[in-house]
Design a protein around this ligand. Structure first.
Ligand SMILES: [Zn+2]
Length: 166
C-alpha cells in the first residue's frame, strides 16, 4: 500500500483516531541525513501510525527504510547501505514527561494541538539508524590491511590461553 504522507501531522489526533499512513519521502527533503551521504537521492519508505502506549499515553509508531550510499570507513569506497528505523515515540508536552516514558520509547515533545513535520521525525530516526562508522560487510571490503572480524573476536581467548600457559 502506498500513498501520500502528509507534510505535517497532529500526533495526538493520530493517536486518538488510530490513523495510519504509508508513503514515501524524498531524501532530498532530509538535509541533515543528506549531509552524511555520498549521494542523497532516492526515497525513504515510511509507515506511520497513531498508537497508544500501555500506560494510555499517545504514541506514534511505525517504520522507515531507505537505501543510501555512504563511504566505507575502512577502504573509503562508496557502497550501498539499507537503513531500517523503527519509530516508537511517546507524544509528551515536556522533557520531564519524556523521562517518565518506558525505556524503549523516545519522547516526541509537542504541545497540545501542535503539528509536527513528518520529515523531521523520520529524519531523526534514520539518522539514529545510520552507523557512525559505516563499513563494508566482511569479505566485501577492498581494504587489504583489515583483519577479518572473527579473528579479532577470537583474540581475547588467544590472550587468555597465553596467560594460562605461563
Ligand atoms: Zn570497504
Amino acid at each position: 500500500m502506498s500513498g501520500r504522507l502528509p507534510e505535517f501531522i497532529d500526533p495526538r489526533e493520530w493517536a486518538r483516531t488510530g490513523r495510519q499512513q504509508t508513503g514515501s519521502l524524498s531524501l532530498a527533503r532530509l538535509p541533515r541525513l543528506g549531509a552524511c551521504l555520498e549521494n542523497p537521492t532516492g526515497t525513504a519508505t515510511v509507515m506511520l501510525a497513531g498508537d497508544v502506549l500501555p500506560g494510555g499515553g499517545p504514541a506514534l509508531t511505525g517504520q522507515a527504510s531507505c537505501t543510501v550510499t555512504v563511504r566505507c570507513q575502512r577502504c573509503l569506497e562508496p557502497f550501498e547501505l539499507t537503513l531500517r528505523a523503527s519509530v516508537r515515540l511517546g507524544v509528551v508536552r515536556s522533557e520531564e514527561a519524556g523521562q517518565r516514558l518506558p525505556d524503549d520509547v523516545a519522547p516526541l515533545i509537542c504541545a497540545e494541538g501542535q503539528e509536527v513535520a513528518v520529515a523531521d521525525v523520520i529524519e531523526d530516526e534514520l539518522l539514529l539508524a545510520l552507523p557512525d562508522y559505516p563499513y563494508h560487510a566482511d569479505g566485501q571490503c577492498q581494504a587489504a590491511d583489515v583483519p577479518a572480524a572473527p579473528t579479532a573476536k577470537r583474540q581475547p581467548f588467544a590472550a587468555l590461553r597465553a596467560l594460562k600457559s605461563k
